[in-house]
Structures are given as structure tokens and as C-alpha cells.
Design a protein around this ligand. Structure first.
Ligand code: SF4
Length: 147
């Protein structure tokens, strides 16, 4: 009898930009060791909803204004953000993942506060597009600031 293949069990979706992947709007690369370790241990899948939604690196910064996602050139990028959020949700559902650790302040990944749409560096309470969709679908979103 063939040995039964061990099924992989992911526990988390994590923001790719916290694990050294070059996905940020400004092209900078950062690593949060504690979160990268989850990926290295096979416990977490790194994903960037904005890249998954078809946006490039680098790209103009985007902020949420009156329910739409607008970039610094006043172009509406809401479609990319929603598309990326849906792809992240599908990935979580496919693997039965119930928790996500996402980058605070991002218009996709922020879970407690985001920039207010004025491009003046002003934060306001609120959630990014992906964070909100995941939470609406029963996935706990943990801010990277709290992990
Ligand atoms: S969308 Fe999320 S994962 Fe992608 S760069 Fe922004 S904060 Fe990081």
C-alpha cells in the first residue's frame, strides 16, 4: 500500500510584503521575521492582493475615498483592488484558512486604519478592501502591528 501523502495545512494568509517579497507600491522590500518564519515553516501563504489584482510594482500610491480606491493621479483603481481581494478570499477558502495577518494602513490590507483619501498622510479608522472582504466571510484579520 502507498503511504498516504501528508496533507499540507496552512493556518494563515499573510501580506507578501511582510515576508521580503517586492510587492509594495514603492518597490521597497521589508521582512518581519516572525511572519516570514510562518511562511518558512509552511504555516502561511504570502499573497499581495494588489499584485494579484493586476497592479504593477512600483505603482502610484492609492487611498480609499468615498468607497472608491483612487491613485495619486486620481485614476480609479477600485476594480483591481476588488479583483485582488476576491482572489485572496478564493485562496483562503481553497485551503480552509481562517486567519490572516495583514499589513496595517494599506488600502487593501489595513484592518484598523487606512489613509483618508486626501494623500496628506492622514490616517482614519477603517479597513482595506481585502481585509473587509475576508472579515465579511468569517476570516479573522490580525493587524501586523498586533502580531
Ligand atoms: S496590498 Fe497588502 S500585501 Fe500587497 S504590498 Fe500592499 S500591504 Fe503589502
Amino acid at each position: 500500500m502507498e503511504p498516504e501523502e501528508k496533507k499540507h495545512k496552512y493556518e494563515y494568509i499573510v501580506s507578501a510584503c511582510l515576508c521580503g517579497e517586492k510587492t509594495r507600491y514603492d518597490g521597497k522590500v521589508f521582512v518581519k521575521d516572525k511572519i516570514k518564519k510562518l511562511v518558512d515553516q509552511g504555516k502561511a501563504i504570502p499573497v499581495c492582493p494588489e499584485v494579484a489584482g493586476g497592479l504593477e510594482v512600483p505603482r502610484l500610491p492609492c487611498e480609499i475615498r468615498e468607497g472608491r480606491v483612487i491613485n495619486a493621479a486620481s485614476e480609479d483603481k477600485t476594480g483591481n483592488f476588488v479583483d485582488g481581494a476576491n482572489k485572496v478570499l478564493a485562496l483562503a477558502k481553497k485551503h480552509g484558512i481562517k486567519k490572516a495577518i495583514l499589513k496595517e494602513k494599506s488600502p487593501s490590507c489595513g484592518s484598523k486604519h487606512v489613509y483618508d483619501g486626501t494623500f496628506t498622510g492622514t490616517l482614519t479608522p477603517g479597513q482595506g478592501i481585502t481585509s473587509r472582504l475576508l472579515q465579511e466571510n468569517g476570516i479573522e484579520v490580525i493587524s501586523d502591528e498586533d502580531f
